[in-house]
Design a protein around this ligand. Structure first.
Ligand SMILES: [Zn+2]
Length: 238
C-alpha cells in the first residue's frame, strides 16, 4: 500500500544519508526526491562506496584520473541538489563486495552522522524489463541493509567502535530506490529540472546530455503522462 509522503510528518531537521555504489547513482536513481527533500529543509549527506574508477566510457582508461574527475563531478552535482557532506570509500568499482572491514567502516560512518533515514538501492532487483541491474547496485543495498540493521543499533557489533566514540545509533527508516516492490511514490515533477541540472555535472559519464534529457522525459511521459515525474521507493521502518 502506498502512503503519501506528506503523511509521514518528518521533522524539518530530519537527517538523511544516501549510500550508493557509484558517483552519479544519487542523481540517476532519485535526484528529484533529493531536491524535493532539500526544499523541505532536510539535511542530506552522500556516501559513495566506490569512486567509479571504471566509469562507463572507454575514453577514460586511467582509473586514478577518472576517480579524481568523478569525485569532483559528484560534488558539483550534490551542490546543485543542496547536499551537505559527500564522502567516498574506495571499494573496487564493478566488484563491490561485502566484508567485515567494510561493514565496520560503514557502521562507523552511520554512527558518526546519526541519520534518521538511510537511502540505498534495492538488493533484490536483479533485472527489470529487459535491463540487468548492475552488480554494485545490488551489493550496495545489501551492505547498507546489514550495516543499518542490526549492526549500527547494537553496541555488541564492532565493540571497538563504541570505544572509538561511536556508540550505537538507531536509524528510523531505510529506503530503497530501484525497487521492484515499491510502497512509496513521490511526485517530484517540480524538481525535474533540478535533477537534470545535477545530472549534467556528470560530464565524464554522459556522452550527450540533451539526448539523455529527451530520453528521460520521453520515458517519464510515457509512464506517467505529460510533465509528470514520479520516483518510487520501498520504505522499511524500524
Ligand atoms: Zn551505478
Amino acid at each position: 500500500m502506498n502512503t503519501a509522503f506528506k503523511e509521514l510528518n518528518w521533522q524539518p531537521n530530519t537527517r538523511i544519508l544516501v549510500v550508493l555504489a557509484h558517483p552519479d547513482d544519487p542523481e540517476f536513481f532519485m535526484g528529484g526526491t533529493l531536491a524535493y527533500w532539500h526544499s523541505l529543509g532536510f539535511h542530506i549527506d552522500y556516501l559513495l562506496l566506490t569512486q567509479g574508477g571504471l566509469g562507463q566510457s572507454e575514453a577514460f582508461s586511467d582509473e586514478a584520473a577518472l576517480k579524481v574527475i568523478r569525485r569532483a563531478e559528484q560534488r558539483a552535482a550534490a551542490d546543485v541538489i543542496g547536499v551537505h557532506d559527500v564522502s567516498f570509500f574506495d571499494e573496487p568499482d564493478g566488484f563491490l563486495a561485502n566484508n567485515l572491514e567494510l561493514q565496520r567502516d560503514l557502521v562507523r560512518h552511520i554512527r558518526a552522522l546519526k541519520p534518521d533515514i538511510v537511502v540505498s538501492s534495492d538488493p533484490t532487483l536483479y533485472y527489470r524489463g529487459t535491463r540487468l541491474n548492475h552488480h554494485d547496485h545490488r551489493m550496495a543495498g545489501q551492505i547498507v541493509a546489514e550495516a543499518v540493521f542490526p549492526a549500527a543499533r547494537n553496541d555488541g557489533f564492532f565493540p571497538e567502535l563504541k570505544e572509538e566514540g561511536y556508540p550505537a545509533h538507531n536509524v528510523k527508516e531505510l529506503w530503497f530506490s530501484l525497487s521492484k516492490d515499491p510502497n512509496m511514490t513521490l511526485d517530484v515533477s517540480a524538481f525535474w529540472d533540478t535533477r537534470i541540472q545535477a545530472l549534467k555535472e556528470h560530464r565524464s559519464q554522459i556522452q550527450d546530455i540533451e539526448q539523455l534529457e529527451r530520453y528521460l522525459r520521453h520515458f517519464a511521459n510515457e509512464l506517467h503522462g505529460e510533465g509528470k515525474y514520479l520516483e518510487y521507493f520501498r520504505r522499511l521502518v524500524f
